[in-house]
Design a protein around this ligand. Structure first.
Ligand code: ITT
Length: 195
């Protein structure tokens, strides 16, 4: 396979780290910093699919470089899918991860159905054409925080069939099963089908 060069349309360094580990060879990944891009990227739609598309399109239109965005969210069944598209700023602006987690745990107080899923929608813009790849993983929300690996809501999410939160797992184990890994698997298949 020819090396595929992609600009990652994200300001989240932890996502970049995971994507780099998940796309080790055959891809040359550039960050926004690498190309000197510092514009604020809008996320103004009310869906994860829409925000993913908006981020990739914005960066592609400004740079002309093939790019990949990642919009993700935690959807809790008992909260009717919240925080969902509001995951990054669930406790208000500016985004504050620990306040977001506190809000979720407070809202889940006394709720016995703790089922939730992480979902990622990645948008690839390749030579102006747009493709989306989805990944999801089901699990349960804990009653307290456990672990310090990973990022975001990882300390309160235990993936189905496992006994540890994502934040208690080693990166290599989260990367075997995560929503992001599944979306990137589809992206890898897309490129290998093309070659
Ligand atoms: P970009 O938009 O710049 O990519 P962001 O952090 O704002 O970065 P999102 O808009 O996708 O990302 O917001 C997703 C929220 O969900 C944010 O609070 C993340 O910390 C959290 N999140 C995303 N992926 C996660 C993961 O794998 N594990 C835990 N939390 C995650």
């Amino acid at each position: 396979m020819k090396v595929v060069k992609l600009l990652l349309a994200t300001n989240n360094a932890k996502k970049v780290e995971e994507i780099r580990k998940l796309l080790p060879s055959g891809f040359e990944l550039l960050t926004l910093k690498d190309v000197g891009f510092s514009d604020e990227i809008p996320e103004t739609t009310n869906t994860i699919v829409g925000n993913s598309r908006q981020k990739a399109r914005f960066v592609y239109d400004k740079t002309g470089i093939n790019c990949l965005s990642d919009d993700s969210g935690l959807e809790i069944i008992a909260l009717n899918g919240r925080p969902g598209v509001d995951s990054a700023h669930y406790a208000g602006l500016p985004p504050d991860n620990s306040k977001n987690i506190d809000r979720v745990l407070l809202e889940m107080n006394d709720i016995s159905d703790r089922t939730a899923r992480f979902v990622t929608i990645m948008t690839l813009i390749l030579n102006g054409n747009e493709y989306q790849f989805e990944g999801e993983i089901y699990g349960a929300i804990t009653v307290n925080l456990f672990g310090s690996n990973g990022f975001g809501y990882d300390p309160i999410f235990i993936p189905e069939g496992h006994a540890k939160t994502f934040a208690e797992m080693e990166a290599v184990d989260k990367n075997q099963i995560s929503h992001r890994a599944k979306a990137l698997q589809k992206l890898k298949e897309f490129f290998s089908d093309m070659s």
